[in-house]
Write a protein that binds this ligand. Structure first.
Ligand code: FE2
Length: 284
């Protein structure tokens, strides 16, 4: 078991502006060594429970069939694209996932603020600059906020591993619903460094924060029981695609038409002006 219990959040140990327990920043070495040893680390009391309630209330209302506007995608996200909510039900996975990009207005401000702060914490754990993933860079590397809902009776995700070539992906996850309350069976399983599949969700109470090395095989076993299911927020690092060729072609075509119209009216105006000069000279 890889579990760190932070001191409870109280007046002496006040929250920071993103509702994160500041004690976590003084436990970075401990969290890092647990991840190195086991492949994951669960930190209790990391996030303010009032903030968890606010996020749960918002996302459980927002994520529904009428707000879906895409199919779920993995990778190939384009710089500048709009936020979207997706749903897919295929043998490999069944889930709702909302994608929020930091160049757009956030769907839920508190969620985006918390993820921004936790991305900075993740960067410290990986030895990166604190703003890595949220500043322009030549590799188009950045993060997006992912909010997933695995519904009861259907929601699942096959076991898989995540990495960016040589660079490991260190995931963090904030559970907004809990095993035993919002569903009874299934949930996140991670293969630890010894190769044992660990039931992560059964160890998480409200306010917990999960870190894990994306290279460890992980997946979500089918959610069963009663309740809204498994709702979780995290910010995923990715290499964004640059603008699509179709959009560049559409822009070029628009410019061509605009210039053509502009020249047409300019020539018409010049001809009309010359015509008036001619008629003026004739009558003079
Ligand atoms: Fe993954």
């Amino acid at each position: 078991m890889s579990f760190i219990k932070l001191p409870p959040i109280n007046i002496e140990n006040a929250l920071d502006e993103a509702a994160i327990n500041p004690a976590i920043f003084s436990h970075i070495d401990e969290v890092k060594s647990q991840i190195d040893l086991h492949g994951y680390c669960i930190t209790a009391n990391a996030i303010d429970i009032a903030a968890i309630d606010r996020m749960k209330n918002f996302w459980s209302g927002f994520i529904n069939k009428k707000n879906i506007d895409r199919k779920f995608v993995r990778g190939n996200l384009v710089l500048g694209e709009s936020n979207f909510l997706s749903y897919s039900d295929i043998p490999s996975w069944c889930m709702y996932r909302n994608f929020d990009f930091y160049w757009n207005k956030p769907t839920h401000c508190l969620t985006s603020e918390i993820c921004l702060k936790l991305n900075s914490l993740r960067n410290s754990l990986q030895g990166f600059e604190s703003d890595f993933g949220t500043q322009f860079n030549q590799d188009n590397y950045g993060i997006y906020v992912s909010t997933s809902l695995y519904s009861v009776g259907k929601g699942h995700f096959r076991m898989h591993a995540d990495a960016h070539g040589e660079t490991p992906i260190l995931h963090f996850m904030i559970p907004l619903t809990f095993k035993g309350e919002d569903y009874n069976e299934g949930g996140l399983f991670i293969e630890n460094k010894r190769g044992d599949a660990v039931d992560i969700d059964s160890q998480c109470d409200k306010g917990a924060l999960i870190f894990f090395d994306g290279r460890c095989s992980h997946g979500v076993k089918t959610i069963q029981g009663k309740g809204i299911g498994r709702l979780v927020v995290f910010a995923i690092p990715t290499y964004f695609e640059t603008g699509s060729r179709l959009e560049v072609f559409a822009r070029s075509l628009k410019v061509f038409i605009e210039e053509y119209i502009d020249k047409f009216f300019f020539l018409k105006a010049v001809r009309s002006f010359l015509g008036r000069i001619k008629s003026f000279l004739r009558n003079y």
